[in-house]
Ligand binder design. Structure first.
Ligand code: PMP
Length: 361
């Protein structure tokens, strides 16, 4: 594959083979003469496709049988609101790590539905850069209904690479790192992700919920956000986002063809190493994160002279390197290198960065 390479944080690039297939099937899905968006979600062919997508995801992530796989509405933030309403009561305490911008939003949403959101730790500054409160120092409550954290903060490029051992069910926002490497699903109570980075179109979300956490929703929980209802209805309580479900299914098939999450994990590590090693070797670019806490998916970097930012972005775009502008909250640059980004995309980016440095240093 050659440029353009799209480094957008999300909605992010999709595998070229998936887009190609969707294009081929758009006007006539499975020879029906109509598109997949124009048939009932209760049509046997649609349901077969939808449940195969679920099975493929189960295979890819080795999801144990005592977990429900839900295809939900409302993206990542939909789950910020679903989680507290589904597994905590209004008088409960819940524990949240405030590890970055998305965790902060999740906290603010949870505060609406429970008596107390206890912040157990957050971002800390160290000599080697930004990091997270060490797990051993988390200020856990004794009676939390759950412990929530985001293992990959998309904006900050901060990641927690170890899985904490805690007594309460662990709930994780994996919007930007789901399917990026092997994961022991049984360590978690709930894994959720907005789809638009490593899965498919935006507005869609996956929630993987352990069975013992069902049946606990607050009485006021909206029915479409109720995990128990969605589990019972196999995510078809109301009309699901059929297009997103279909495209996600194509991405799961593609992932299987690539060798699954083990192969992705190796590739993602190589891509991240390449970019971080270059950034670290240069005085012209810098990454603000402690090496142990660096994200393999989202690599923020700053130019030593911020006045060159717009020139950098303009030149990059000219060469087909798109979506490199950092999040509006933090500025600078950010390269998001999810599963669909090939190694050549990162190699091309590093060559461009080197040339830009030589011209401007
Ligand atoms: N969590 C994380 C880690 C994210 O990166 C994002 C979006 N970038 C969200 C949640 C929110 O997702 P959405 O926009 O789908 O609500």
């Amino acid at each position: 594959m050659s440029a353009p390479y799209n480094f957008s944080a999300g909605p992010a690039m999709l595998p070229a083979a998936v887009l190609q297939r969707a294009q081929e099937e758009l006007r006539s899905w499975r020879g029906s003469g109509i598109s997949v968006m124009e048939i009932s979600h209760r049509d046997p062919a649609f349901m077969q496709m939808a449940f195969k997508a679920e099975q493929d995801l189960r295979d890819l992530m080795a999801i144990p049988d005592n977990y429900q796989v839900l295809f939900m509405h409302g993206g990542g933030r939909g789950q910020f609101t679903a989680v507290p309403q589904n597994i905590a009561g209004p008088n409960d305490t819940v524990d949240y790590l405030n590890g970055g911008i998305w965790s902060d939003f999740a906290i603010r949403e949870a505060q609406k539905f429970v008596a107390k959101v206890n912040v157990i730790g957050g971002v800390i500054d160290t000599d080697l850069g930004r990091a997270l409160t060490p797990v051993a120092q988390w200020q856990l409550s004794e009676d939390a209904a759950y412990v929530h954290y985001c293992p990959n903060e998309t904006v900050d490029g901060l990641a927690l690479h170890t899985i904490p051992e805690v007594a309460a069910p662990l709930v994780v926002d994996m919007s930007s790192n789901i399917l990026s490497e092997p994961l022991p699903v049984d360590k978690f109570g709930i894994i959720y992700a907005g789809a638009q980075k490593n899965i498919g179109p935006s507005g869609f979300a996956i929630a993987i919920v352990r069975d013992d956490l069902l049946g606990r929703a607050q009485g006021t929980t909206s029915t479409i956000m109720d995990y128990t209802v969605q589990a019972k209805e196999r995510s078809m309580y109301n009309t699901p986002n059929t297009w997103a479900w279909y495209l996600s299914g194509l991405v799961f098939e593609w992932l299987k063809e690539q060798g699954g999450v083990a192969a992705m994990g190796e590739l993602n590590q190589r891509k991240a190493n390449l970019l971080y090693q270059y950034i670290d070797s240069s005085d012209f670019y810098s990454n603000p994160v402690h090496p142990d806490f660096r994200s393999k998916m989202n690599v923020p970097f700053l130019l030593a002279d911020a006045q060159l930012d717009s020139e950098f972005l303009a030149q990059a775009e000219k060469q087909g390197l798109l979506g490199l502008k950092g999040h509006r909250y933090v500025g600078g640059m950010r390269a998001s290198i999810y599963n669909a980004m090939p190694l050549e995309g990162v190699e091309t980016l590093v060559s461009f960065m080197r040339e830009f440095e030589q011209k401007h240093a």
